[in-house]
Ligand binder design. Structure first.
Ligand code: NI
Length: 351
């Protein structure tokens, strides 16, 4: 699983006034993890906000800002009543765990000592790691929410030390506003990270400060960091076949693991042959293919395909004019198989 991006509907540690509107934008941009904080909006609106996040198919997060024991207990109870999926933050684990018991809520408290508002992570790396280990030992703690970029210690060193010390997922929270920082987070072994203010204020490097553009830029960068960017677009068979005219000379149109997708134009009768190891698939795009076997002939029409198992002798024939065929076969396959024929091609061009 790749690094998870959690969009926080928050600015300066408070849920924003226009959270509902931003939520619509986030959902339409395809964001799947969306959070808010327990301050900034009245309880009923937070409840509706959570319902809208879940109705949109996303996972909901509530991050606890208040750190005194009494307020944190209130926040945990609110989390249960709101019905959030994941509770982030807080430090009073012994008080919160009994409240969450049986709720199904996953709990990611803050390791270390949190001070002030907006929050700062105090203490040395060793102290924060010790706290992380202690928290992660609780069965009801599913992960940790590390305010790494709010620490005055070496942030990369801190993130790596905490991730190495615990075998539960670690979310990095606060002040992540560039691809470089996302890459840093990824390298430390983190499970995810949050971005709120940077996207809402239009500060993330993108084509425009508009929220949708910001969110799409973050998602693209996360996909890049996770190696989830495909170089492939759709290929059109009509256009690809129009780029060459020679027959019995397959072109390579793509590769799927150890298989090649090839395009070939057939005209007249090929040569009888078999392939010792390779199975072949012939998909007829245009024209009519007659596949001759030793026991029978099979006609393959447009939109149909036929599989020829390895070892089975066959002879493809284009019935009328040129037949356009897409082949799917192991990369080791040579068109003439065991036969000696001057139409044997081993050095195939791409198409
Ligand atoms: Ni063959």
């Amino acid at each position: 699983m790749g690094l998870r991006f959690i969009f926080m509907l928050t600015r300066n540690d408070m849920t924003v006034e226009d959270a509902e509107q931003h939520l619509e934008t986030a959902l339409s941009a395809g964001v799947h993890h969306i959070g808010f904080k327990d301050v900034g909006l009245p309880f009923e609106r937070l409840k509706k906000l959570n319902a809208a996040i879940k109705a949109g198919g996303a996972t909901s997060y509530l991050e606890v800002v208040s750190l005194d024991r009494g307020s944190e207990i209130t926040s945990a109870k609110a989390a249960v009543e709101i019905g959030i999926d994941i509770l982030l933050g807080g430090t009073n684990v012994d008080a919160v765990l009994p409240i969450l018991d049986g709720s199904g809520i996953h709990y990611y408290p803050f390791p270390g000592r949190i001070e002030g508002h907006p929050s700062v992570l105090a203490g040395s790396i060793d102290e924060i790691v010790a706290s992380a280990e202690q928290l992660a030992a609780h069965e009801g703690v599913h992960g940790l929410d590390l305010l790494a970029f709010r620490s005055s210690e070496n942030v990369t060193g801190l993130m790596a030390a905490v991730c190495a010390a615990v075998d539960k997922p670690v979310i990095m929270a606060g002040s992540i506003g560039s691809k470089e920082r996302i890459e840093k987070v990824r390298k430390t072994g983190a499970a995810g990270f949050t971005i709120g203010t940077a996207a809402l204020d239009g500060d993330y490097p993108a084509d425009s400060p508009e929220l949708e553009t910001q969110l799409r830029a973050i998602q693209r960068d996360v996909a890049g960091v996770n190696n989830h960017i495909s170089p492939h677009g759709p290929k059109n068979l009509d256009r690809s076949f129009a780029t060459f005219h020679d027959t019995w000379s397959p072109r390579i149109a793509g590769r799927v693991n150890d298989m090649h997708v090839k395009l070939v134009k057939l005209e007249g009768t090929f040569t009888w042959h078999y392939h010792t190891d390779e199975d072949e698939l012939f998909f007829v795009h245009k024209g009519k293919l007659l596949m001759k076997f030793r026991d029978r002939d099979e006609t393959v029409n447009e939109g149909e395909f036929i599989i020829v198992p390895h070892g089975v002798e066959h002879c493809p024939v284009a019935v009328e004019g040129v037949c356009e065929v897409m082949l799917f076969e192991p990369v080791s396959t040579v068109n003439t198989g065991n036969a000696t024929d001057d139409r044997r091609v081993t050095d195939l061009a791409p198409v």
